[in-house]
Design a protein around this ligand. Structure first.
Ligand code: ADP
Ligand code: ADP
Ligand code: ZN
Length: 215
């Protein structure tokens, strides 16, 4: 089963993807994570990506489609979760072609609905584990022991450079301009479903589960 989690920055895509990985053995493909990794590399591409991400703009379709294409080779286990991809119509078309070439289908596109006000609070309280990628929040999902990852025990907890109010504003504009047209695109294809992303994490997870169980 292959699905897309679609929603604005801070909607809870990564959080729900990790629950699906844990519960269903699916594979999370986060272009944001891949790009942050590329950013660390001391290359011209890494430097360019870092600048674009810091401004809250979208990286070129060519780069992200290339990153996804690399991951689509071989066996995809319990299914793929596309998290933060596609973000433009060109990326959506490219994904359709890549899956078709593999003989694979896109089973569901889940829109995570959250209003802008909540997104500011989500993003400004977000921190992640640098070792295992677990996602936390100062208020809604703190670690059990301050400064220590619940999952792997690492002390390497960090905040993203682009999780500030100014960058979020730009990222939201990019979302409305370039990504939200995908809602119509997938609605027409008949595989769009929405969940209420404002509910608590386990409640959202139950809604996602219901969508997948009904496929
Ligand atoms: P969030 O979790 O806040 O939605 P991501 O981690 O998915 O953010 O993405 C962070 C940044 O990486 C984006 O603001 C953008 O610059 C870049 N990025 C991630 N995915 C894509 C994509 N599919 N196309 C273009 N740029 C992307
Ligand atoms: P995205 O991948 O869509 O950018 P994340 O999964 O990283 O979103 O979540 C953004 C922030 O909001 C994180 O700090 C996360 O712990 C928190 N969060 C995620 N889902 C919820 C929820 N349903 N209720 C409250 N906080 C949430
Ligand atoms: Zn960890």
């Amino acid at each position: 089963m292959n699905i897309i989690l679609l929603g604005p920055p801070g909607a809870g895509k990564g959080t729900q993807a990790k629950i699906l990985v844990e519960e269903r053995g699916m594979i999370q493909l986060s272009t944001g994570d891949m790009l942050r990794e590329a950013k660390e590399s001391d290359t011209e591409m890494g430097r360019r990506v870092a600048e674009v991400m810091a401004r809250g703009e979208l990286v070129t379709d060519e780069i992200v489609i290339g990153l996804i294409e690399e991951k689509l080779t071989g066996d995809n286990g319990g299914g793929l979760i596309f998290d933060g991809f596609p973000r433009t119509l060109a990326q959506a078309d490219a994904l359709g072609e890549l899956l078709e070439k593999k003989g694979a289908a896109l089973d569901a596109v889940i829109e995570m609905r959250v209003d802008d006000e909540a997104l500011v609070a989500r993003v400004s309280g977000r921190f992640t584990c640098g070792n295992c990628g677990a996602v936390y929040h100062d208020e809604t999902r703190p670690t059990k022991v301050a400064g220590v990852c619940d999952v792997c025990g690492s002390h390497d907890l960090k905040r993203r450079a682009d999780d500030n109010a100014e960058s979020l504003k730009q990222r939201l504009m990019e979302y409305y301009k370039k990504t939200s047209p995908l809602l119509g695109y997938y609605y027409c294809k008949g595989n769009l479903t929405g969940v209420d992303g404002l509910s608590d994490i386990p409640v959202v997870a139950a809604q996602v589960k219901e969508v997948l169980d009904n496929l």
